[in-house]
Each structure stands twice: as C-alpha cells, then as structure tokens.
Design a binder for this molecule. Structure first.
Ligand SMILES: [Zn+2]
Length: 317
C-alpha cells in the first residue's frame, strides 16, 4: 500500500514535472514557430496529381491583390449588385479582389509541357519558376510551352529581364491568336516586349491539332479571337486546361449570360462557355481554370439551367 502510494506520488511528481516542462517548451516552441510561420505562405505553390502515368502539376504564379472584382469579373450591364451578392455569399473576394494564376505542367513521361507561364515579375506574382523548382522541375526540363492566348498574365513568364526563360522548349500557340496580336499596327507593350521578340520561335497550330502526343488543342474563342484550351488524354481520364475560356469559377458557371470585362467578344464567349461546360459534364472531364480558386482543379456539374464547379478532393501525395 505504502509502496503504491510512494510510486504514485513519485510518478505524479515526475509526471507533473514533465508536464510543466513540456508545457513550457511547447509554449516557447509555439511562440517561436508562430513568429517564423507568419512570413511563410500556405503551401509550396504547386499542386500535383497523377492520372495513369501522366503527372500534372498546377503551378501558382502567385496572386495579385487589389482593385475591385467589378466590372472586370462581371461586366454585364446593371448586374454588378447581383454578382457582388453571389461572391459575398460564397466568401469570394470582391474588394480588394484577389486573382489567381494557375499555369499547369504536364509530364507525360516522354514530354514535359508547360501550359501558360504567368505574369512574370511583380511582388506577389512571377512565382511560376520558383514553384516549379519546389515541384522538382527546372526551366530547362520544359520541352514544350503552350500558350492558350496572348494576354500578359499568360505570356509574360516567357521572358525575364529581356532573356528567354524556357530556352530548351518549343513554343506553340494558335495560328489565329498569333496572327491577331502580331498583326496589330500598334501592339500593346506585352506584345512588343514578349511575343514580337519571340515570334520566330513559335510553331502555330489550329483546332484539334496535336501539341505533343496525348495533348491536343480545342478552339475556345471569345475571350480572345483565337483562344485555345488544351485536352489531355491520360489513360481513360480526360483532363482539360481551360485557359481563360472557363472565366470565373462561380459567376461564369452560375450565370450562363455572364461575361468578363476582359472578354473580347461577349456573345461568342457566352456560346463558347456553354459548349465547353456541356462537354465537361457530358465527358466527365477533370478541368483546370487558370483563374479559378487555387488550385483550380475540379469537375463541372449541371445545376438547374446553369452549372457549378466541384473542386477536386485535395490529397497530399
Ligand atoms: Zn488570364
């Protein structure tokens, strides 16, 4: 009895000491960690998944923060209050607006393809190459860069301080898109500084053409005149990178007539999105939206006369 009491007391003292030491070290540890962690962003800037033998890596170029969602992300006249209420209901940023940029690397085992390249530069963007390194790829590993369309947030990552970033890669884009931008009499700076210096490096393709084995182009015009999305056949699962043909991950799906301020041809883009979303549902595509909420991977579901985006289940491996 005495022995039990003594043991209990000894254990209690030991336990109490250990607990208070643990508590002290934990609180010190947590404080120090919390201070360190405050400067470290969530995640490592990439999201990797596999389908069959094909590896997909969504690479964040970072986020731009500022301005308002409207009118750029919902430009239909007189509809901004309604759109704004929808974003608020889903907790999506309105002001300041937060924009995502989701280029995608596809490693087929034979080719390593980068679909779009990000904004390049900036304080909070231009992270594609750094995040690619986190995922184990170097710019030299990329053998093909495919450009969905020539807006600055898709092409500027091709260049850094006047030098080409993906020097080992063939560059491919749509013929109509390329001709539209390079044929302008007064092209904007992002065309003059990026597309024009690289114009002889580009191979031009059209709707349905193969980019590399397993990847083909799908004409999705309206956002820009010759916009091409990319369909990847990964052993029974088709994956489509929409580029900007998917628009906004809530508004473009919930409101079939919705268009963006950046959409060049409003009527055409509405038709293109309806066709694209119908096909995504019918063919059970896994889709990726360049500006969708990170990492922008999911499926399209039909909802009444419209659609909704169902994010893919996040896995760590
Ligand atoms: Zn864009």
């Amino acid at each position: 009895m005495d022995k039990v009491k003594r043991l209990n007391r000894r254990n209690f003292v030991k336990l109490a000491g250990a607990t208070s030491l643990l508590a002290a070290s934990q609180s010190l540890g947590f404080q120090a960690k919390a201070q360190d962690m405050a400067s470290v962003p969530n995640g490592a800037g990439f999201y990797r998944f596999k389908q069959g033998d094909t590896t997909f890596v969504i690479l964040s170029d970072g986020q731009s923060v500022g301005g308002s969602a409207f009118p750029n992300w919902g430009a239909n006249e007189g509809r901004q209050d309604e759109f704004s209420a929808t974003l608020a209901r889903y907790g999506a940023p309105i002001e300041p607006f937060i924009n995502n940029f989701n280029p995608m690397l596809v490693d087929t085992g034979k080719n390593v393809i980068l679909i779009d390249t990000g904004l390049g530069g900036g304080d909070t963007t231009g992270q594609t190459v750094a995040h690619m390194a986190n995922a184990g790829y170097k710019p030299e590993d990329i053998d093909t860069v495919f450009i969905t369309h020539a807006h600055p947030d898709h092409i500027q990552g091709l260049m850094s301080k006047g030098a080409e970033v993906f020097g080992n890669a063939q560059l491919i884009m749509g013929e109509a898109e390329f001709k539209f931008w390079t044929g302008m009499s007064e092209a904007p700076p992002f065309i003059q500084n990026v597309l024009i210096p690289l114009k002889d490096r580009f191979s031009l393709i059209n709707d349905g053409d193969e980019i590399v084995p397993g990847l083909s182009a799908v004409l999705t015009p309206g956002h820009t005149p010759g916009h091409l999305s990319v369909l990847i056949d990964a052993e029974g699962q088709q994956v489509m990178h929409y580029g900007d043909a998917g628009g906004h991950y809530l508004l473009s799906l919930m409101y079939p007539e919705h268009f963006l301020g950046f959409d060049a041809d409003k009527e055409l883009v509405v038709k293109t999105r309806a066709t694209l979303f119908d096909r995504s549902v019918a063919d059970d595509l896994l889709v990726v939206g360049y500006h969708f909420a990170w990492p922008g991977v999911g499926r399209i579901l039909r909802q009444d006369k419209a659609y909704r985006f169902a994010p893919a289940f996040f896995t760590w491996s």
